[in-house]
Design a protein around this ligand. Sequence first.
Ligand code: HEM
Length: 397
Amino acid sequence: MSEVTYPMVRQRPFDPPDEATELRQQAAMHRMTYGDGHRGWLVTRYSAARAILAHPHFSNRPDLVHPALPAQVERVKMQREGKMPAGVFLRMDPPDHTRYRKLLTGQFTVRRMKALESRIEEIANACLDDMAAAGGPVDLVQTFALPIPSLVICELLGVPYADRAQFQENSKLLINLETKAEESIAAIGRVMTYLYGLIRRKREEPADDLLSGLIEGGELDDEELTGVSFLLLLAGHETTANMLGLGTYALLTNPAQLAAMRDDPSVVDNGVEELLRYLTIIHVGPVRTALEDVEIEGNLIKAGESVAFHLPAANRDPSRFPDGDQLDVTRPAGGHLTFGHGIHQCLGQQLARAEMRIAYPALLRRFPGLRLAVTPEEVPMRSDMGIYGVHRLPVTW
Ligand code: HEM
């Protein structure tokens, strides 16, 4: 069995690192040295990844999970020292996780999602109007990929219009990778303070939004509500933004796929699924830790050992997605692991899908001549970040 060290280097912008592909060809799981020296595992095949993500004997608690990357060691130390805000249920196990998840699921109603869809259309069109008015070239990340998810989260949480510019400014700093550590800590503080204040205001004047709905339920205190809102903001913003940026880049370099997404509305739903699978922007982790000894596909994972998932490799596994290295917006791409699997499977996936189903065709139809304003090699990739994508995408039309 081969020994693996993280992180791995990509050779091409849309493909998993060749090393990950080779590992998947060799075996489902591999021993790997983590950022803090822990000897754990890396999973590269689809079936093993799915089995472990759905297995009840694996934990996502920060005091148990080891940091896969050296760069994550400091953050995990902070989490272990109890600096994790209340309400961040992604990092909880049942029954705590179950309690939050149930409360939140009750707020992601079909009615609320439908109402958000028409707002997403308006938001996307307003971004496109601004782009048209500015004239090319523009950075599509700043003009399109970032503002859409950011404004949609404002809608979901019920951030008032008057506060949006300031809210967006702070959350942009939070997720901007070029932000320095001190600046980002300060921005976290401002966002948390803002969210706490927003919750206090909503207690006085409830409206038809998710936060008011949670307040009305009466189960969570203000600190827990602040943590939940913060998780939604972080989980829902950077992910969708990177899908919009990287997805557009992938389409611009695959003209036949782009034309299908632009011209054939019947392709769009599946095309979004395929872009999610093909690009798998969650390229480091998730990570879980075994609570008991567990055997998976002939490998004994001992209690206390961490398991990291290489989702880009798993989503190209030929036993599940034949010819998976090709981008094909017409292939049945459902069942991919980009939203995770099991109890923590992405809570916001329907909202994320709605944003992409609306935003990609709107962009491609408004600017039929959309093209890169630099050579493909000049597009800066987010190889160093937990969520993959493009730092900038200069385009013109
Ligand atoms: C393309 C966009 C998105 C991707 C690829 C994505 C991916 C993921 C993944 C992989 C997980 C599971 C992590 C794990 O198992 O450790 C997750 C969880 C989560 N996501 Fe998303 N996400 C996206 C958009 C969103 C949006 C728009 C929201 C909210 C508005 C959201 C809210 C959440 C929350 C709250 C969780 C934690 C669920 C739990 O622990 O029960 N996500 N997401």
